[in-house]
Design a protein around this ligand. Structure first.
Ligand code: DC
Length: 234
């Protein structure tokens, strides 16, 4: 009988609105792995900070946020309907709130805080320790799991990304304006890739997936080839 493939860690990093979570969820489903959305964790901390008046207008109160980090508990619970984890902040389901504009506009400022990153990286490592995990984010292949067996770096043109994000917001019934979405995406790119701590960058051993002109099905064909090759390498 063929030996079952060892459960590895797969990292999916890249710019915002590249379709990372759609892709990461699809590969997790295919392999029977757990999907972890690390961006949701930064968004949860941002929501907490907004509620406490410690962030706003794209600015974060670093000292204030660091003081409340110990009060923040982020967990994921399996949603039997979708088969994917849903984000909870101190026991409250916040999946919808963390996708709001206000959170999107402040999350980059909150995620530049080294103490916030250190805490979330620690949690992310614990969540992925057993393998069998697909985690998406910005620094998963470079900082969180530098030894991951399979690293993917996703990219797509800014126009395609803005259009996707816009459609995603509309489909969730959230108010959206294409121009504002475009501005938010380029501002987040700028902050995410120029911040001092763990900036967004491609890991040397990551494989690039530019999905500007690819359907989800084509991306899966691409992934299966890559996965097979990597697993066969031993
Ligand atoms: O993936 P996302 O757009 O939901 O992520 C929201 C923000 O969180 C993003 O602008 C940058 C930050 N982030 C990060 O700094 N590191 C990660 N591993 C994931 C997200």
């Amino acid at each position: 009988m063929a030996k079952a493939a060892k459960k590895i860690i797969i990292t999916v990093d890249g710019y915002s609105s590249c379709g990372k979570s759609t892709f990461a969820k699809a590969i997790a489903r295919e392999l029977g792995y757990i999907y972890i959305d690390s961006g949701a964790m930064y968004r949860a901390v941002t929501l907490f900070a907004l509620r406490r008046g410690l962030a706003g207008g794209g600015v974060a109160d670093e000292k204030g946020i660091l003081a409340v980090v110990p009060e923040i508990s982020i967990t994921f619970r399996h949603d039997p309907e979708t088969g994917f984890p849903v984000t909870y902040l101190n026991g409250e389901m916040i999946e919808r709130e963390i996708r709001d504009r206000q959170v999107s506009d402040n999350v980059s400022a909150v995620s530049t805080i080294a103490g916030v990153r250190a805490r979330l990286v620690e949690l992310q490592r614990a969540m992925g320790a057993g393998g069998g995990v697909v985690m998406d984010g910005r620094d998963i292949g470079t900082v969180v799991f530098p030894d991951a067996k399979l690293k993917i770096f996703m990219t797509a043109s800014p126009e395609v990304r803005a259009q996707r994000r816009y459609l995603e917001l509309m489909s969730k019934g959230l108010p959206a304006d294409l121009e504002a979405v475009m501005r938010n995406i380029s501002e987040r790119d700028r902050i995410d890739s120029t911040r001092e701590v763990s900036p967004l960058r491609q890991a040397d051993d990551a494989v690039v997936l530019d999905n500007s002109d690819m359907t989800p099905g084509e991306q899966m064909v691409w992934f299966r080839e890559l996965y097979k090759k990597r697993i066969n390498e031993g």
